[in-house]
Design a binder for this molecule. Sequence first.
Ligand SMILES: Nc1ncnc2c1ncn2[C@@H]1O[C@H](COP(=O)(O)OP(=O)(O)O)[C@@H](O)[C@H]1O
Ligand SMILES: [Mg+2]
Length: 168
Amino acid sequence: MVEIKNSINDIIISSAKFLAPFTKAQEEYNTFIRIKTKLSKSLDKKTIHPKKASLIRKYIIDNIILNSIWAISGVKNYKDFLEDVKKKKTGTITITTKKSKEKAVIEIKDNGCGIKKQDLNKIFKKDYSTKKTSGLGLFMADKVIKKLKGDIRVESEPKKFTKMTITI
Ligand SMILES: Nc1ncnc2c1ncn2[C@@H]1O[C@H](COP(=O)(O)OP(=O)(O)O)[C@@H](O)[C@H]1O
Ligand SMILES: [Mg+2]
């Protein structure tokens, strides 16, 4: 029988692979993004049920990486876009995994636009978006994390970084 590998690390790797073409496409608009991973070997053997793995991948990891890609490109509207496209932007998304007390800790950090202190408590709310998109990404991610009895924390400094720490 074929063994299906589905560890937290596998989820991160498959999400980064899935989003690579999207990151590459930004180069056409002068935005160069690198996704770096530092994955703990201690999590390699801990497999997750495929259904749970797909929830984590779709609602948590893909969404948060996509937010980071946007934060690095930083374009909010078409007018911005026309101006921004002339400037070269580079950024890194660093994804780290660790094991802590039988739980997995995933950190997704980007050096994009960051979030103002007064907005930090709004980002998990339904419909909150500064880019005229659904505003559902982090709302759904938070819901799924809570369902899995996990936790998500955000740290950010405008124009410097945003770091999401997920414990599941
Ligand atoms: N990595 C990030 N850097 C800067 N701002 C972020 C980041 N992730 C989320 N945000 C802020 O939180 C808001 C809500 O995110 P989300 O719920 O995913 O909705 P949406 O992506 O549709 O805007 C974003 O519009 C943005 O203002
Ligand atoms: Mg989003």
